[in-house]
Design a protein around this ligand. Structure first.
Ligand code: NAD
Ligand code: G6P
Ligand code: MN
Length: 433
């Protein structure tokens, strides 16, 4: 049996991953699931732990659930560690979204200024986890969901000890489900060749039962039939001729880059009514925990699907299962490029379709990215690299540089305004600065 440790176990998402392990128990016999949180998450952790216990009991599977506020107690001999924590909790996210908006910039928790600050807060904590794992479970796989997932994963690969970290996101799964819905077929018949970066990923080609359907998928997207496939990103239709010209499947996050003005206006409209996504999520979370507390509840409530990360557990469980069972199937993950995307450094993390075996992901060779998207991907990768260096060193100039070269900021003067205000607002979670 397997021992899994989930860091950030008090997350309202946790019932989804518990359900995922229960459903796959036959192929993925989890013996122990340890949920780890910190002092401020104590109450949430307890509620989640009790719900998880009721869920496994109802399902009749012998998964033992443990909760702890001490991750070093949980880690010894773990087989897989999954990370889904949020340094500073949702209050920090509110700042990541509100401060840029107040200055007329996109307020997004994983892209632009907000995403940069989430990375600055998270990377040092991930490096501590990596250090503990090197001591207590050096052979374990580290499956990272903590956003910005690609940047955090690259931070660990460049500055940590483990080579066995894999980043994950539910966006590629959501895109495959979106395409499946377009054709009214089961999503396991659909495969997309993914290439790019986390929240900057493109579908280069799409297949149904192995047959290339890219052209008709593009036509349907141009017709506005697919929409945003995640709950956290507002749907605004693409200009049909833009999609036709692009001829590559964009991800929902591309709206922030190719529709920056429209997305900003929408966000400012919501903001003027007093709400950012972070505040909506906070309410959703309160409602979810009210439900979770009910001793009669013994399954994942449907309300959880209102969160943008819905189906993240499918990505996690199928990845863990393919490693454990040495399946050799294809899944999109965030991993060391190793030459899969020709124009990107081999050491950098990319989000790309990979063959998954017991040795982890082996990225499929994608060659040069198409010229139409290569420039933006390269610029984001440059931003990511500088953010990682700033997170590790606490170097102010590098942080300013990163903020300035981010396409959602693009001004040294405004980057400094945002940087100074955000450094101050997040001071307690940024010991390196
Ligand atoms: P949340 O605010 O509920 O945080 C989850 C838990 O992390 C909280 O209970 C908090 O107390 C705990 N925590 C904070 N610091 C910790 C630490 N150092 N060690 C252990 N636990 C700690 O957040 P959420 O909305 O549930 O999201 C959790 C994380 O997962 C976020 O980083 C989010 O961006 C990410 N996420 C990623 C994807 C993806 O596609 N990659 C999908 C969904 C969520
Ligand atoms: C998407 C992304 C996740 C992100 C989530 C936010 O699905 O892939 O990386 O964490 O949405 O959703 P939320 O409900 O927190 O706004
Ligand atoms: Mn994601």
């Amino acid at each position: 049996g397997l021992k899994i440790v989930t860091i950030g176990g008090g997350s309202s998402y946790t019932p989804e991953i518990v359900e995922g392990f229960i459903r796959r128990y036959e192929e993925l016999p989890v013996r122990e699931l340890w949920l780890v949180d910190i002092e401020t998450g104590k109450e949430k952790l307890e509620i989640i732990g009790n719900l998880a216990k009721r869920m496994v009991k109802k399902a009749g599977v012998p998964i033992a659930i443990y909760t702890t506020l001490n991750r070093r107690e949980a880690l010894p001999n773990a087989d897989f560690v999954t990370t889904q924590f949020r340094v500073g909790s949702l209050d920090a996210r509110i700042k990541d979204e509100r401060i840029p908006l107040r200055h007329g910039y996109i307020g997004q928790e994983t892209n632009g200024a907000g995403g940069m600050f989430k990375a600055l807060r998270t990377i040092p904590v991930m490096l501590e986890i990596d250090q503990d794992m090197a001591e207590l479970c050096p052979d374990a796989w580290l499956i990272n969901f903590t956003n910005p997932s690609g940047i955090v994963t690259e931070g660990v690969l460049r500055y940590g000890k483990t080579k066995k970290i894999i980043g994950l996101c539910n966006v590629p799964i959501g895109m495959e489900m979106g395409v499946a819905k377009l054709f009214d077929v089961d999503s396991n018949r659909i495969r997309i060749d993914f290439a790019g970066l986390n929240h900057m990923v493109f579908g280069l080609s799409a297949y149904m039962d192995g047959n290339d359907i890219t052209k008709s998928v593009i036509d349907k997207i141009a017709d506005g039939k697919m929409g945003s496939t995640v709950k956290n990103i507002m749907n605004i239709d693409w200009v049909p001729e833009f999609v036709a010209g692009l001829s590559i499947i964009p991800c929902p996050y591309h709206r922030y880059y190719f529709k920056r003005q429209e997305m900003l206006e929408k966000e400012l409209e919501e903001f003027s009514k007093g709400e950012t996504r972070a505040e909506i999520v906070k309410k959703l979370e309160d409602d979810l925990f009210q439900l979770y507390k009910d001793p009669a509840l013994d399954s994942k409530p449907p309300q959880l699907e209102q969160r943008g990360g819905a189906y993240y557990s499918d990505a996690a469980c199928r990845l863990i299962s393919s490693i454990y069972n040495d399946k050799g199937d294809i899944q999109p993950v965030d991993t060391r490029n190793n030459g899969a995307l020709a124009g990107i450094s081999p050491e950098s993390v990319v989000e790309v379709s990979c063959v998954i075996t017991k040795n982890g992901p082996r990225p499929l060779t994608m060659g040069e990215l198409p010229i139409e998207i290569n420039g933006l991907v390269q610029q984001i990768k440059s931003f990511e690299r500088v953010v990682i260096d700033a997170a590790v060193t606490g170097d102010y100039n590098k942080a300013l540089l990163a903020m300035t070269i981010n396409p959602l900021v693009s001004s040294d003067t405004m980057a400094k305004v945002l940087l100074d205000e955000m450094l101050e607002a997040h001071q307690k979670d940024l010991p390196q600065f």
